[in-house]
Design a protein around this ligand. Structure first.
Ligand SMILES: NC(=O)c1ccc[n+]([C@@H]2O[C@H](COP(=O)([O-])OP(=O)(O)OC[C@H]3O[C@@H](n4cnc5c(N)ncnc54)[C@H](OP(=O)(O)O)[C@@H]3O)[C@@H](O)[C@H]2O)c1
Length: 186
């Protein structure tokens, strides 16, 4: 489980708190909420007291609601506009999903995306792309949350090094993080 934490945990933390300044009582729309980054972002946002709306594919609904999201939007079947206005969008998908979400941001709100620099901005808010930074204090806090059971990274699959390409192939459909096992000389 430790291998699923550092990058996903830090980017979720930095996106929600350092860049979007998510506060208790605010509403955050988290895309790909069953994925490696989104599943941690959903738990952190819920714990800080935000109202979380998670998105993904239909099969992800129960996982996302189980992580603390108050509601779930199936990006392939539901109309994203049903969520109404949000304070923060946390995006891991990009493209058209990012563009449609940007319209939902209320005045003064923030879109954070980790995919590519955004080409659209909210009418009266900010859109930010960033790259994860190493941060010892944040990582220690995240690790402590895992130790005490407050945070549960989802390990979707553990695969040997030789199967790396297949593990990240086109037909992958495993919630959470895929971990590649190192080769041991035993
Ligand atoms: N900027 C940075 O520093 C940084 C750092 C780490 C990662 N990243 C980027 O962050 C992104 C997410 O990483 P991750 O580890 O969280 O990936 P992940 O585990 O694959 O999670 C993405 C989630 O979004 C879902 N999804 C993607 N497109 C969708 C769509 N059109 N409709 C519905 N659901 C959709 C995926 O479902 P499926 O599996 O079914 O597609 C998956 O559940 C990647 O692009 C990665 O490169 C950036």
């Amino acid at each position: 489980m430790a291998a699923a934490l550092p990058i996903s945990g830090l980017i979720a933390w930095q996106g929600l708190f350092d860049h979007a300044h998510l506060a208790p009582g605010q509403t955050v729309l988290i895309h790909g909420a069953a994925g490696g980054v989104g599943s941690i972002a959903t738990q952190l946002a819920w714990e800080v007291g935000a109202r979380v709306i998670g998105t993904g594919r239909a099969d992800d609904r129960d996982v996302v609601l189980g992580l603390g999201a108050q509601s779930f939007v199936d990006l392939e079947a539901d109309d994203l506009r049903q969520v109404g206005e949000v304070d923060v969008v946390f995006d891991v998908v990009g493209g058209d999903v990012l563009a449609r979400s940007t319209e939902l941001v209320r005045a003064g709100g923030t879109v954070v995306t980790i995919v590519l620099p955004p080409t659209v901005q909210p009418r009266n808010g900010r859109a930010i792309f960033f790259v994860v930074e190493p941060d010892r204090a944040q990582l220690a806090d995240l690790a402590q949350r895992v130790r005490t059971g407050r945070l549960k990274p989802i390990v979707g699959a553990v695969r040997p090094l030789a199967e790396t390409a297949a593990a990240f192939g086109r037909d992958r459909r495993t919630p959470g993080k895929t971990i590649i096992e190192p080769v041991t000389n035993s």
